[in-house]
Each structure stands twice: as structure tokens, then as C-alpha cells.
Ligand binder design. Structure first.
Ligand SMILES: Cc1ncc(COP(=O)(O)O)c(C=O)c1O
Length: 346
């Protein structure tokens, strides 16, 4: 018998969205960006490929931190770069929740928090949503070590108002992690709460809005004491040389970024309106996906129908979600093809 820790032996592990080998799918299942990364990102990566790869990268990803600090209006001591925002979620649990201590998140949201807690041996508590998308049964004070709030929510796409997030931060004895993986597609964000509340951490990713899922780049904004703790925990070379130059170039090219986000939001609004005209229920989305429920409330049937037409979307068997589908926003053409397929499936 291999002497694994019992929690590792017993856990299932996280199942990421399906990544088909064949390129001919319309891929709307993992909230990737339909547009390529900025040309300046490609140029920066190409320029870095060569002899420099013999050398370790700069350990703190200093230039990328400075660029992110400038962009968001924070001193670089309030910023950390990561190998995907998943790395930050992992390290936040390692920093704040010991074995047997509790973390919480909303169900439905990003279930990877639970996997990470399981690895750590931390306990997990989940809160549901009220019909008007507030937290169901939240106690006056939440005394767990970490509360993960995904806003915009995935997979539903709505956002929590800033005043509500501020109130939640005040009701948390531990840290409030505001997972803003999709905030670039939303009207607002919670960055100002990092200044006003010492227990707030905001995490971001370059996977979605910067078209860099394949590069694995994320960042967090928090007080320097929190950033210092995360710096102690991370792999000392957590961003390789290519990732560092890619992050710097991507964050710098705001014109390209804004145009991609604008197109995705425009397509999202058009696609949502078309679905509503077909009598689907569509939750108003502030992300790069929509959660849509067909009139017969049978998400599985539609998933199959789309899959057979080589269109991949996300279907969840969870009874809270099985009535609908999460559909990432692709290009206008991809979404037109998807609408035509949905009409055909009926
Ligand atoms: C809510 C949420 N948080 C975090 C992540 C992870 O992002 P990254 O690619 O930066 O690890 C995802 C990815 O799908 C997500 O949906």
C-alpha cells in the first residue's frame, strides 16, 4: 500500500472542462476568449524564446507586478502574480486555513475551492443563493477562515453589488476572497474594498479577458502583509520567462484588451436577446458566458443536440443547474451557428 494521506486517497480530484483533440468543434465550454492574444504578447514571447531560457526567471515577476499595480492603481507591494489564479486560490487556503479549519463558498459557484480545501484537509461549508441572488442563511458573523465569493458568479453570470460585498467583508472574521475571474466583462469590481477592508483579497485571471488561458497567468491584489504571506508560499519561480513577458505585454496593451472585451459584451447582449426571443430564460450576465434555460427546462437534451453538431457547451448534472446550460461567448459567427443549431434542435 502506498502511504498516502487519507484525504488524498479518498478524494476524486477536480474534473476540468472537456478539451477536445479535434480542432473542428465550436468550443463554448470553458469560457475561453474567441480572439487571439494581443500581437504584442506574441511578439514578446517570440523575443524571449532563445538563449535566455537557460537562466531562471526573475523570481518575483517584478515588472509584471509593477504593470498591474499601475493599471489598477495600487503600489506593487499590493500585487502578486501567479501561475493562473488557481495557484492563488490554492495558496490562500494554504496560508489561512489549517487542517480541520473551515472555508466557505457559494453553491453554485467554482467547485475547485472545495477540491483545494480537501487537499489541505480543511472543512468546507457551502451557502446557497436566494431567488434574488443573495447568500441564503448567512450568519450575522461568519467565523470560518476564508470565504470565497465568485463575482461575477460562475456559472450563473450575475454580480453581487459592491455594498453587499462590503457588508460581507465586515461579517467575515476571516478573509474574504473576491474571485473576479470574470470582472473585466462586468460593469464594476471590488478593488476599492481592498483599500477599505484589510481582510479582502481580489483575484483576477488573464485566462479569459486577455485570451491567455494557455499561458496560465493570474494575479491578486491585497494588503502587503497578505501578499508577503503568499510570496512565502508560492513556488519561488512560479512564472516562467515566457509567462512574465506575456503578462507584461498583455496588461500593457489596454487598447487591444478593451476592444476584445467590447466585442464579447456586445455579442453577449445580442446572443442573450436572441435566446430570450426563443423563450429561453437567460440570467442577465456580466461575464463572458450566459446561463440559459430552454422552455422545456432540459439542459441535457440540448447539450446532446449541440454536441452532435460539434458545438461544445457546459452542462452540469447538479439538480440546481441541470435545467440549463452555461454557454461561453465566442465570436459573432460562432454564436450565430449556435443559435441556428438550437433552433434546429427545437
Ligand atoms: C470562477 C473562477 N475562478 C478561477 C478560475 C481559474 O482561472 P485561471 O485560469 O486563472 O486559473 C476560473 C476558471 O475557469 C473560474 O471560473
Amino acid at each position: 500500500m502506498i502511504p498516502l494521506r487519507s484525504n488524498i486517497a479518498e478524494m476524486n480530484g477536480y474534473l476540468p472542462g472537456f478539451q477536445p483533440k479535434e480542432p473542428d468543434y465550436i468550443k463554448l465550454n470553458t469560457n475561453e476568449n474567441p480572439y487571439p492574444p494581443s500581437p504584442s504578447v506574441i511578439a514578446a514571447i517570440q523575443a524571449e524564446v532563445g538563449d535566455s531560457l537557460r537562466r531562471y526567471p526573475e523570481p518575483a515577476s517584478r515588472l509584471a507586478r509593477e504593470e498591474a499595480g499601475r493599471l489598477y492603481g495600487f503600489d506593487p507591494s499590493w500585487v502578486i502574480m501567479a501561475n493562473g489564479s488557481d495557484e492563488l486560490l490554492n495558496n490562500l487556503i494554504r496560508a489561512f486555513a489549517g487542517e480541520g479549519e473551515e472555508i466557505a463558498y457559494i453553491h453554485p459557484s467554482y467547485s475547485y475551492y472545495a477540491t483545494l480545501a480537501e487537499i489541505q484537509g480543511a472543512r468546507v461549508s457551502t451557502f446557497g443563493l436566494t431567488p434574488d441572488f443573495r447568500i441564503d442563511g448567512l450568519p450575522q458573523r461568519y467565523n470560518g477562515k476564508l470565504f470565497f465569493l465568485t463575482t461575477p458568479n460562475a456559472p450563473l453570470g450575475f454580480t453581487f453589488p459592491l455594498s453587499f460585498i462590503g457588508e460581507l467583508a465586515e461579517r467575515c472574521d476571516g478573509m474574504l476572497v473576491v474571485d473576479e475571474a470574470y470582472a473585466d466583462f462586468a460593469k464594476g469590481n471590488a478593488l476599492e474594498l481592498v483599500r477599505s477592508h484589510e481582510n479582502v483579497v481580489v483575484t483576477r485571471t488573464l485566462s479569459k479577458s486577455y485570451s491567455l488561458a494557455g499561458m496560465r497567468l493570474g494575479l491578486a491584489i491585497a494588503r502587503p502583509e497578505v501578499i508577503g504571506a503568499l510570496d512565502k508560499i508560492r513556488d519561488h519561480y512560479n512564472l516562467d520567462r515566457l509567462a512574465q513577458v506575456a503578462a507584461l505585454a498583455a496588461l500593457h496593451d489596454q487598447e487591444y484588451f478593451r476592444e476584445c472585451v467590447r466585442k464579447i459584451r456586445e455579442t453577449r447582449e445580442w446572443f442573450s436577446a436572441e435566446l430570450r426571443a426563443m423563450e429561453y430564460e437567460v440570467i442577465p450576465s456580466e461575464a463572458n458566458f450566459v446561463f440559459a434555460t430552454p422552455p422545456d427546462r432540459n439542459g441535457g437534451r440540448l447539450y446532446e443536440g449541440l454536441f452532435n453538431r460539434r458545438i461544445l457547451v457546459r452542462y452540469f448534472t447538479d439538480p440546481l443547474l441541470s435545467h440549463g446550460l452555461r454557454i461561453s461567448i465566442g465570436s459573432r459567427e460562432e454564436m450565430a451557428t449556435t443559435l441556428a443549431a438550437l433552433r434546429e434542435i427545437g
